[in-house]
Design a protein around this ligand. Structure first.
Ligand code: ME8
Length: 479
């Protein structure tokens, strides 16, 4: 991955036919963690998220809620942006596809693809699933002809559309994949993408007959640009064509449902437009509830704000990153969340911090030479965290930090630090423990930003004298 001190990461732009659920929160937390991690390495980070407004389902949702469409999209865009703020997401940009900067970029890229000879007019007939906003192939449907995700019957649609010559790009894509062995992660998703492209690519419809909503095709207002040809461009709109040309996205984060759009259609569009390709497409699995995909259309959603209000945003972030192994599906259950909260946060991190800081508050701790074993634990934990984050193994990175915590806990218990009579020896032990805690707080910053700040603020040095202040209980036990 080329980086030159700058790092650009994105989440999908989400549909706004409803409020966010924890599936959306999960992708956004993953991206935020990587963004904070790179920032901590001293890189200048651009981290964008946003909303995909130009879809027919936006129109349907506005009608359903009885609101005028512009009022509806403004309200929902605020709701999504506000949700991320409450979950401790530090996005540097929030893109809406109704913004002028996006319309301009979409028109520009369309013009480039047209100039390259990759846009033409043709007849399209297909089975259109409204939930996906996409035409589906017969072999993707259930035996009784339903969309497997939305459990609805796709409509047979015939119309005159503009097409994108995706078929031109089969070999170019395969060559690109060959040269960029980590373009899609995890690897098994990359294999699926390659196999899909190897089977041959058909041209795809890039416009729809004009309905009341959407970006008009340049020079043909009877058509609007089909959602994906519009939505994918958002990543360029955020930084501008020149900005993208200089530094395209390093990482696009998403779940497995939209990998094909990002790893096949998007690079082909960029090649056609003469623009550089993104560094990596990384895909999480799906969060499920009782083994079924959670979705706005199915109505079995869990609200991240509700969980954050009851457990804290950092606890939700911790749970999702620790419990789900990257790339795999994860089943959400509140019982499991409560269990981890009490074990890892209340009894684990929270208890260790309180113990160390309470003892340190009462002692005269001086800055000194860190004990060799502590030094080694801290250094090796940092190495592991860096290594694991480099390959998106959030859960293993957190497990390593908890192992360092366990080391500290064992030390307190085995040495019975609170009973050490010799003041200097007790102060020395506490210096080691406070240093460990401080380093743990720093390592936690990308994952649990607020907790990290609270712990760090409780450890202040006045010259070489520690001013420890025990913070409020970090994670009150939950029954
Ligand atoms: O696809 N588990 O928007 P979308 C994990 N607008 N992640 C989930 C999830 C689940 N159950 N459900 C949703 C679109 N997600 C397009 C994207 S991008 C140019 C355009 C997350 O609102 C996950 O990131 O359907 C998934 O890829 C995305 O939401 C789909 O969001």
């Amino acid at each position: 991955m080329d980086s030159n001190g700058e790092f650009y990461i994105t989440t999908p732009i989400y549909y706004i036919n409803d409020k966010p659920h924890i599936g959306h929160a999960y992708s956004t937390i993953v991206a935020d963690t990587l963004a904070r991690w790179r920032e901590a390495q001293g890189e200048r980070v651009i981290f964008s998220t946003g909303v995909d407004e130009n879809a027919q389902k936006t129109v349907d949702a506005a009608k359903k809620s009885g609101e005028e469409i512009h009022a509806y999209v403004d309200r929902l865009a605020d709701l999504w942006a506000g949700t991320w703020a409450k979950l401790g997401i530090g996005n540097t940009d929030f893109i809406r596809t109704t913004e002028e900067r996006h319309l301009e970029t979409v028109r520009d890229i369309w013009g480039r693809m047209e100039a390259a000879g990759d846009i033409y007019k043709g007849q399209y007939q297909g089975l259109y699933c409204r939930g996906h906003e996409a035409f589906m192939k017969e072999d993707e449907l259930t035996p009784d002809g339903l969309c497997p995700d939305h459990k609805t019957k796709p409509e047979l649609v015939t119309e005159e559309n503009y097409f994108f010559r995706l078929s031109n790009y089969q070999q170019k894509l395969l060559d690109f994949y060959e040269a960029h062995g980590d373009f899609v992660a995890p690897a098994h998703r990359f294999n699926e993408v390659k196999a899909f492209v190897e089977r041959g690519l058909e041209d795809i419809s890039f416009s729809r007959e004009k309905k009341e909503w959407g970006i008009p095709v340049p020079n043909d207002p009877s058509q609007v640009i089909y959602v994906w040809a519009d939505a994918l461009v958002n990543y360029v709109s955020v930084v501008g064509i020149e900005g993208w040309d200089e530094h395209p996205a390093d990482i696009h984060v998403m779940a497995k449902d939209i990998v094909k759009f990002h790893a096949v259609i998007w690079p082909a569009m960029l090649m056609s437009a003469g623009l550089p390709l993104p560094g990596q497409v990384i895909a999480t699995g799906f969060l499920t509830i009782d083994g079924t995909k959670m979705s706005k259309s199915l109505g079995n959603v869990v609200d991240p704000l509700d969980l954050a209000a009851r457990y804290g945003a950092d606890a939700l972030r911790y749970f999702l990153l620790r419990e789900v192994s990257f790339g795999d599906d994860g089943d959400f259950s509140e019982a499991k969340m409560r269990e981890r909260y009490n074990a890892d946060l209340a009894n684990g991190l929270g208890n260790f911090a309180a113990r160390v800081l309470t003892l340190a508050e009462k002692a005269e701790v001086k800055f000194g030479n860190l004990d060799g074993e502590f030094e080694e634990v801290i250094a090796s934990t940092k190495r592991t965290v860096a290594e694991k984050l480099g390959v998106f193994r959030f859960s293993e990175a957190l497990a390593a930090i908890w192992a360092a915590l366990a080391f500290g806990d064992r030390f307190v218990n085995e040495k019975k630090v609170w009973e050490i009579k010799d003041e200097a020896a007790r102060a020395k032990a506490l210096f080691d423990l406070v240093s460990l805690l401080d380093n743990i707080a720093a390592m936690l910053a990308p994952f649990m930003p607020e907790t990290s700040r609270t712990i760090a603020a409780a450890i202040r040095w006045d010259g070489d004298v520690l001013i420890a202040a025990k913070p409020e209980i970090l994670f009150p036990r939950i029954k």
